[in-house]
Design a protein around this ligand. Structure first.
Ligand SMILES: Cc1cc2nc3c(=O)[nH]c(=O)nc-3n(C[C@H](O)[C@H](O)[C@H](O)COP(=O)(O)O)c2cc1C
Length: 211
């Protein structure tokens, strides 16, 4: 296993995957578990992660992603989605979950519930979906870092028609909306971007230290 800096230098947004190389089940399970363990505001986990194995669906998603080949060539395809109704019911359901997990009466959580409902109040659904999307991107970061340490390649992708992907996967019926696509697998030897210089601003540029 690489150290974290080596791993982050090793990873890159993979443009060409080797379609013959598949991720072993145990490694895939580890990658998926890192998504589940990601932190979120209030611990609300306003997300679901979809592993699309069906090849026809993957072809359709590739079309919706403007033909980006990673969608079909990578070993596995993960779609990161948010819950589309960020409302009092979602908060209530979350309280029931917490109460059950902690083995306490749900009424003990009234203050917590009031705090969350208060922070959601007077915000448009669009704004609340943005909040949920922020949480989802943390999960994406966790996944990308985990993949790098496991020497699994990945490509985070926003370049797709979200409405089309929602339709292809029937996400409205599941109460979900797509936000990110992450194909994971192994780079092709022919992927020229693997040797591209890593373009990052210098430490002096991005880090401000205030004493
Ligand atoms: C949120 C997000 C969306 C991205 N969308 C795409 C995409 O649709 N297609 C693609 O090939 N790369 C996509 N990228 C990859 C970036 O272009 C890439 O991460 C960036 O140029 C830095 O290069 P590196 O990841 O190879 O170090 C995306 C990256 C992020 C973080």
């Amino acid at each position: 296993m690489k150290n974290i800096i080596e791993a982050l230098n090793w990873r890159y947004a993979t443009k060409k995957f080797d379609s013959t190389k598949k991720i072993e089940t145990e490694i895939l399970e580890t990658i998926l578990e890192t998504l589940r363990l990601s932190p979120s505001s209030y611990g609300m986990q306003p997300w679901k992660f979809i592993l699309v194995n069906n090849l026809d669906l993957r072809s359709k998603i590739k079309e919706a992603a403007y033909g980006q080949p990673q969608v079909t060539d990578a070993s596995h395809l993960i779609i990161l989605t948010i819950k589309k109704d960020i409302d009092a019911k979602l908060v209530s359901d979350y309280m029931s979950f917490v109460a059950e997990e902690k083995n306490i009466d749900v009424s003990n959580l009234d203050n917590f519930k009031g705090m969350i409902n208060g922070s959601f109040q007077n915000r448009s659904m669009e704004d609340l979906k943005n909040w949920a999307t922020h949480q989802l991107y943390l999960a994406a970061g966790t996944l990308l870092t985990a993949c790098a340490t496991l020497e699994v390649d990945a490509c985070p992708m926003e370049g797709f028609d979200k409405l089309k992907v929602n339709e292809i996967l029937n996400l409205a019926n599941l109460g979900l909306e797509s936000r990110l696509i992450i194909p994971v697998g192994y780079r092709s030897d022919e992927d020229k971007s693997a040797t591209d210089k890593k373009l990052r601003f210098s430490k002096e540029n991005v880090l401000i230290e205030i004493n």
